[in-house]
Design a protein. Structure first.
Length: 389
């Protein structure tokens, strides 16, 4: 029996993601594991290369937007005469899916259906809740956490259509290392074997708490010559407009002089994993977080995670059991003391790290995530079949 076809659309990211764009990562990781349906990936042509290619074992179509089009019709005139949803509608007539899954809450359902000229069940994936939905009601909305689900319902989305499908981690790739292998990897990366390492990874912006991290890092590095700090991630253009930008720029310059602060740009998961595996503590003091994929990746890799008590983070981190949550980000000295205490408490850290890894394996693997997704697909497709009968 032929499987139903599901078109999975990522409007603002390429697959595979080269910049760590969460919706693109989620879409690809889930799609590669789908068994009950036949997935077709459709994404932005940001990686270059062919318009059509295989990603893993799956077909992937790229929708191309030239830089001239973006500059003239998106940024200057705001006219956008050939919008993404219209381009998508044209492409779908070629691939003929039975269901459309869009990784964007604000996808214009009504405008798309008008361009498509037919009916198709639509699932919208809410990675954030800050965007307002456009006109039109989808068949289902996917929330990456209970926190996001509750926010969507509060905003007026029909509760019976909102389902939780948590993001996951590749627990076969993000794995902790033995002490001996950790020493070997440290030597390969040029880090002393006795170094205690504090890491941050993610966008270098206020929303991710990068300014908090740098202020903490400054004090940590002043404490002991064996302490090292890693900061990994992209710095978006709009970071320059933030009130803390000058402070961050000055701190980064000063910290680099210690030779024990490495400021690295965003990198593919394959490279990031190595830096997580040599790190002891991940400080991820986000000011807002729908779920927190970075926290899960660090927990899976054997880092002790210190994060903030906001959004959906508390659904994966329980203070004292699987990590630590901060209620007050302005208490820099308090955060520094917590880190220094944990650096000196290997037995406590080991217990928490083991519990954190177990929780990720149990609740946040991509296999568990994909099973939840397939359940939503099945309900929608079975409902459509019954209507047709």
């Amino acid at each position: 029996m032929e499987k139903e076809r599901v078109a999975i659309f990522i409007p603002h990211g390429g697959v595979p993601s080269k910049r760590g764009f969460a919706p693109a990562i989620v879409a690809n990781e889930q799609a590669q594991r789908l068994k009950s349906v036949s997935p077709i990936l459709i994404c932005n042509h940001e990686n270059g290369g062919k318009i059509f290619q295989q990603v893993g074992n799956l077909p992937c179509h790229h929708i191309e937007l030239s830089q001239a089009y973006i500059r003239i019709f998106r940024k200057i005139t705001k006219l956008d005469p050939w919008p993404l949803h219209a381009r998508l509608a044209k492409l779908l007539h070629r691939v003929s899916p039975n269901l459309l899954h869009v990784h964007q809450l604000e996808f214009p359902v009504n405008d798309f259906l008008e361009c498509y000229g037919g009916e198709i069940p639509i699932v919208l994936h809410a990675h954030v809740t800050t965007q307002l939905p456009k006109a039109g009601l989808a068949n289902a909305y996917l929330a990456v956490s209970d926190f996001v689900k509750n926010r969507l319902i509060q905003k007026g989305f029909p509760s019976e259509r909102v389902h939780v499908v948590r993001n996951g981690v590749d627990v076969s790739a993000f794995i902790p290392l033995s002490a001996s292998n950790k020493s070997i990897l440290k030597a390969h990366l040029g880090v002393p074997d006795n170094a205690k390492i504090l890491i941050f990874f993610g966008r270098k912006q206020e929303v991710k708490g990068f300014d908090i991290f740098l202020r903490v890092a400054e004090k940590v590095l002043q404490t002991c010559p064996n302490y090292w700090v890693l900061a990994i991630g992209a710095e978006p253009e709009d970071a320059r407009k933030e009130s803390s930008y000058s402070l961050c720029a000055n701190l980064r310059t000063t910290l680099k002089l210690t030779k024990r602060y490495w400021d690295l740009s965003s990198m593919p998961h394959e490279a990031l994993i190595s830096y997580l595996q040599i790190s002891d503590i991940a400080l991820l003091p986000s000011r807002a977080e729908p779920q927190g994929m970075a926290m899960l990746e660090a927990m899976a890799s054997g880092c002790l995670v210190i994060s903030s008590n906001v959004g959906g983070i508390s659904e994966s981190i329980e203070t004292g059991r699987t990590g630590f949550l901060l209620d007050e980000l302005s208490d820099i000295d308090g955060i520094v003391k917590k880190i220094l205490d944990l650096f000196d408490s290997e037995k406590i850290c080991s217990t928490i790290i083991d519990s954190a890894r177990e929780k990720v394996e149990r609740n946040f693997s991509w296999e568990a995530s994909t099973t939840s997704l397939e359940s939503v697909y099945s309900r929608i497709l079975e409902g459509i079949s019954k209507v047709k009968v």
